[in-house]
Design a binder for this molecule. Structure first.
Ligand code: ATP
Ligand code: MG
Length: 237
């Protein structure tokens, strides 16, 4: 059964108001099936990060509707959105965003501290997540002692430690060389296939998008077209 985890209808996002308003998203319709791996591509400034911020409940649409599972996001308060974010979503960014003077395992534990899990449970979950990304031996190291690829693995462990339904990644390989990028993509693919976690990933690189089952092309704040890895394509409705 293919259940949509995300349904966007006519989603718009404007910055500013009146004459000077900038319309970053101009009516996006998108359905993402649970367990799928979706790449988002498009020129700089086309609205990819704006779209990801809305999907990640970090920002709210100006108009349209966003259903996450069966919850209408626009009806939630700021606090309710924060709870949904903590429980169901994981984030990975281009710049890793790890706390510098904090060990790998403590970085991974952070989302569980926000969730107020008990200490021993946090430690066990963080250790399991680090093991999942192949970094068990590096748990006590700080980010400065890790390579870029390892830091991104820690960031992925931090994103999955809460067992989110959806992982949002905005250019996760943007700061990595091609070998490290391939390793990160292999890891994301494993997580998608083994855990069934839905992944949405922004990338500028076709080689990285090729790991996804479906690529959404954004242009001028609209979905220009969608291509599926099986060769079928469609234009957005
Ligand atoms: N907070 C903001 N205030 C005003 N304009 C914004 C804001 N955030 C984004 N924009 C504008 O919205 C447009 C889309 O930005 P967005 O960051 O979504 O692009 P992008 O596709 O992610 O680009 P890139 O590939 O460079 O990361 C851009 O023109 C940007 O200047
Ligand atoms: Mg961006």
């Amino acid at each position: 059964m293919t259940i949509p985890v995300i349904r966007l209808r006519g989603v718009t996002k404007s910055y500013g108001s009146g004459e000077g308003a900038f319309h970053a998203l101009r009516g996006v319709d998108l359905e993402v099936t649970a367990g799928s791996f979706v790449a988002v591509m498009g020129p700089s400034g086309s609205g990819k990060s704006t779209l990801m911020n809305i999907l990640g409940c970090l920002d709210v649409p100006t108009g349209g509707s966003f259903l996450f599972k069966d919850v209408a996001i626009e009806r939630l308060s700021k606090d309710e959105r924060a709870i949904l974010r903590r429980r169901h979503l994981g984030f990975v960014f281009q710049g890793f965003n790890l706390l510098a003077r904090t060990t790998a395992i403590e970085n991974v534990e952070l989302p569980l501290i926000y969730r107020r899990d008990e200490h021993h449970r946090r430690r066990a979950a963080a250790a399991a997540a680090l093991d999942r990304v192949g970094l068990s031996d590096w748990a006590q190291h700080t980010p400065a002692e890790l390579s870029g690829g390892q830091q991104q693995r820690v960031a992925i462990a931090r994103a999955i430690v809460t067992a989110p339904a959806v992982l949002l990644a905005d250019e996760p390989t943007g700061n990595l060389d091609s070998q490290r990028s391939t390793e990160i993509m292999t890891l994301l693919t494993e997580l998608n296939q083994a855990s069934g976690i839905t992944i949405l990933m922004v990338t500028h690189e076709p080689d990285m998008a090729a790991y996804a089952q479906m690529t959404v092309y954004v242009r001028d704040g609209l979905i220009d077209r969608i291509e599926r890895a099986d060769g079928t394509g469609s234009t957005a409705c």
